[in-house]
Design a protein around this ligand. Sequence first.
Ligand SMILES: C[S@@+](CC[C@H](N)C(=O)[O-])C[C@H]1O[C@@H](n2cnc3c(N)ncnc32)[C@H](O)[C@@H]1O
Length: 227
Amino acid sequence: MQDKKTQVKQMFDAIAYRYDFLNHFLSAGVDVYWRKKALKLTKLNKDTILLDVACGTGDFAIEAKRIGVQKIFGADFSFNMLRLFNKKSDWIVGNIFQMVAEKLPLKAATLTNITVAFGVRNFYNIPEAFSSFHFALKEKGKVTVLEFSMPTNPLIKMLYRLYFRFVLPVIGRIVSKDKQAYTYLPDSVEEFDKSIDLVKLFYDAGFKAVQRHNLTFGLVQVVIAEK
Ligand SMILES: C[S@@+](CC[C@H](N)C(=O)[O-])C[C@H]1O[C@@H](n2cnc3c(N)ncnc32)[C@H](O)[C@@H]1O
């Protein structure tokens, strides 16, 4: 049995070439709105120095660039995801790095903001990653996490489960040709929702103020933690 780090890295390396298409298709394009909303809640400005961790093919960082952020860096451990980001956006070349969230090789207090979209659920050690974020941020710096959650309304939850269990894995398997990735997605979302309290983990890592927002019936959460 491989460890989570190896498993997740191999999975994203394998599905990278289909990732963007499936992302937009399986969420009916709502993922674009979720990223925009998460960045709006974060209130970035012209002095922002942003590291998008688990940047993948770059959609969160690209949105940050679109709304005017000048200094943007990307980090991810999947080489194939980063390669696609590079191809998509020539402005980022030289500013993206293959690194793990749990051990960012940065000096203390170098960033004003860290963003992570749909990445935290996949980290192999979330407390370690949050400590590493805390170290790399300046005072008052913020981490913004956008992540799936389970809706609380019973009807929406049932419909969501039906979609997640019976529709998404089938389409995901056919398009990505990966047997596991789109079964891992619903499994990991349910498990994450049951067992991980991001707000508590941020406080444990030393952050001083943490806010949580639910979007779209609680299908996703935005958690913003300030150092
Ligand atoms: C679901 S994708 C999200 C990509 C992008 N942020 C987006 O919004 O589309 C998750 C990404 O997290 C990366 N990842 C997972 N665990 C990681 C870790 N421990 N360190 C660095 N990257 C990680 C994967 O390689 C993958 O590219």
